[in-house]
Ligand binder design. Sequence first.
Ligand code: DC
Length: 229
Amino acid sequence: MSRTRSPIVTIDGPSGSGKGTISRAVARRTGWHLLDSGALYRLVALAGATAGLESVDERGHGEIAASMDARFGSAPDGSERVWLDGRDVTEAIRSEGAGQGASRVAAWPAVRAALLGRQRAFARSPGLVADGRDMGTVVFPGADLKIFLTATPEERALRRHKQLKDKGSDVSLPALSREIAERDLRDQTRPVAPLRPASDACVIDSTGIKIEAIVGRVLELMTARCLWP
Ligand code: DC
């Protein structure tokens, strides 16, 4: 099959579905680039808060989304880092508060429109693994393989709880479950680019399945579509 652009695999799903871990692992195994689109929304929320913007200021956040200097790279020790206007914000954008802020700014059309071009610019040779909520539906509707990852709300809350605990955050499980349910509802019911599987997505339920098995399944699907190796 001949292709005029680099191949793209999209991995969408709700918070805690494992899409970040799976996307990262698939990118590492294939040597493809990775787009962590949620990090861009988190950066907009953080930059807005740092600039003292009102949380209801859609236009201000849209301008930030268009103009912020966001860089993704790695530190000398190989760890992944994110910089916002020259400041290392890798840890700051991972808090549950930053996730809630991201979910709020992500509901605004001005912010989503401003981030569209930035996200598409990640598509480069040899290929891209794009992780998010609307990768397969809006940002890369012509992607070569679309995955939609799900897991039960209980399992997703447990995973996020473990992740945050490993990072030293002490969030209670019931509070986290409530926040995840709130965020799911906002992400699924917003009028622009709501979280839902693309009509041509392969839906994978990751409940109770080991990460390696899901990564293996995605790689199999990539091979079946002659995308990799
Ligand atoms: O994947 P994440 O938890 O880092 O995403 C944070 C928030 O950003 C999420 O609640 C919704 C929003 N988001 C989005 O609307 N579209 C994307 N493609 C990625 C994230």
